[in-house]
Design a protein around this ligand. Structure first.
Ligand code: ACO
Length: 450
């Protein structure tokens, strides 16, 4: 382990909850005439959880919680969300401040190492991205195997997983010894893989990264330059995409991050764990919602509806429609990222002089939905995906790449969570179930079956 990593790990220790701090209260459970004491765990923001880890051994019962809405799967010091108040903080720092003052690369450092970097640490961290930006040259051939119609999320997850074939040290059990290199390699190369996937799907030649460009500018260069002409990097475009990456960088125990932690708990390598995260993110109820929002807005636009018909359909459970980009498992108030993105969306479209009819449809939909009792009673507000697609469209990013952009942004969060799993004495994640199938059932020989 190098000195920087060691000192970062040292500074992280202060966030951990010591057993003495977390077991000041107990909960009582009365079951079948007996009373059981269960410790109550309190987090640094006074969130409380009943520790049921000894429940089965004490009582023979497990808990059941469909969709894990009430289950704390881990203790984590990375991101804090208060969904009732609409608060999101990375390592204690409000997302609004980071969006205003920070950059994606700085936030990546903050999430993974637990503190804001000094200028020297940030410079070295950025240099590492440049040093590790090239894919292993043999990986290029793998892109040839995908059909042109392949979704870039499929390519992204496959290629991230395939990366471990080219760096055998990833598979060594000394995770701490190579973690830092794995982390920068993954954050750096995910944008190269993503850009190559896009070029492949359009039948365009691959564009290599340029060492003189910073992280986000380099991604735009690989996405949009052509061999005979470099893409013109407009500062407002680079800043807007950097903001999108930053706002997506972590969001505590969502579906994809829990997937990464689940895979990591089996001691799988970082690239395999992140590839699983990409697969979980792809679904339209999660990261895939940004693509689904744009498709929904386009459908509304094409049909000549002003949004009201669609809202009525979204309220009808039998219609099979949902107001995509609305609702959240944790936020029962405005998603703070959505507020930032909406403002950025107005600014970027004005600067780029883009007049997108989908933006006015989105605003009308939001206004109408927030007055409808269906959405008000269920506390359904716009989430991060509601406006992010409109900015990405204005930046020229194709719709099938939207979820890929989300995945690039989420990489530091997944890596920080992977690191926590590897540093904590974590047991393999292995939930239980309540079995509802047939009871003991004899095998019937085929000739006797009806
Ligand atoms: N449109 C219409 N109705 C909705 C919507 C929606 N977008 N979201 C939730 N509801 C309804 C549910 O059907 C449920 O109705 P009911 O009480 O009558 O049965 C009620 O609102 C409460 O739903 P929740 O329990 O809060 O939803 P859940 O936590 O299971 O799901 C989810 C959250 C998946 C985000 C959901 O709101 C949804 O499907 N939204 C649209 C997809 C989307 O935007 N996903 C991105 C989420 S953010 C992210 O992953 C980055």
């Amino acid at each position: 382990m190098d000195d920087q990593l060691a000192s970062s790990l040292g500074s992280l220790k202060c966030y951990w909850l010591e057993p003495a701090d977390i077991m000041s209260k107990t909960a009582e459970l009365k079951l079948e005439g007996k009373t059981y004491q269960l410790p109550v765990i309190e987090g640094s923001e006074k969130e409380q959880g009943i520790d049921i880890s000894s429940l089965r051994s004490q009582t023979g019962h497990i808990t059941i919680d469909d969709g894990y809405g009430n289950t704390g799967s881990c203790r984590s010091a990375i991101t804090f969300i208060d969904g009732e108040k609409g608060i999101l903080r990375y390592r204690g720092i409000p997302i609004e401040e980071l969006a205003d003052k920070s950059s994606f690369v700085e936030v990546a450092y903050l999430l993974i190492w637990g503190k804001l970097p000094t200028s020297e640490e940030l410079r070295k961290f950025s240099e590492l991205f440049t040093e590790n930006e090239l894919l292993h040259e043999s990986m290029k051939h793998h892109f040839e195997g995908f059909p042109a119609s392949a979704h870039p999320m499929a390519i992204l997850s496959s290629m991230i997983n395939a990366t471990s074939c080219f760096y055998p040290e990833l598979l060594s059990s000394d995770v701490k010894g190579h973690f830092k290199l794995d982390a920068v390699r993954l954050i750096s190369q995910v944008r190269t893989i993503a850009a190559f996937a896009h070029r492949k799907s359009r039948g365009l030649p691959i564009i290599y990264p340029k060492p003189e460009y910073k992280y986000t500018a380099n991604f735009l260069h690989m996405l949009f330059s052509v061999p005979y002409r470099d893409y013109e990097l407009k500062p407002e475009v680079v800043r807007a995409l950097d903001l999108i990456f930053l706002l997506h960088a972590d969001h505590e125990q969502n579906c994809s991050t829990s997937t990464v932690r689940m895979v990591a708990s089996s001691k799988a390598n970082l690239f395999a764990s992140a590839a699983a995260g990409v697969c979980a993110l792809w679904g339209p109820l999660h990261g895939g919602a940004n693509q689904a929002v744009l498709e929904m807005l386009d459908e509304i636009h094409q049909s000549g509806d002003d949004g009201s018909k669609f809202i009525n359909a979204a309220k009808d459970k039998n219609s099979g429609k949902k107001l995509m980009g609305f609702g959240h498992r944790v936020y029962k108030n405005h998603d703070p990222r959505a507020k930032i993105i909406k403002k950025a969306c107005d600014e970027v479209l004005e600067k780029l002089q883009v007049d997108d009819p989908l933006l006015s449809i989105a605003k009308k939909l939001e206004e109408a939905a927030l007055k409808e009792s269906y959405f008000v009673e269920r506390k359904l507000y716009p989430n991060v995906d509601f406006y992010s697609g409109i900015i990405m469209r204005a930046l020229g990013i194709p719709v099938e790449m939207f979820t890929v952009i989300f995945a690039i942004g989420r990489m530091p969060g997944w890596i920080a969570n992977y690191k926590e799993v590897m540093e904590e004495p974590t047991r393999i994640y292995r939930p239980r179930q309540i079995y509802t199938g047939p009871t003991l059932n004899p095998y019937i020989p085929i000739k006797n079956r009806l």
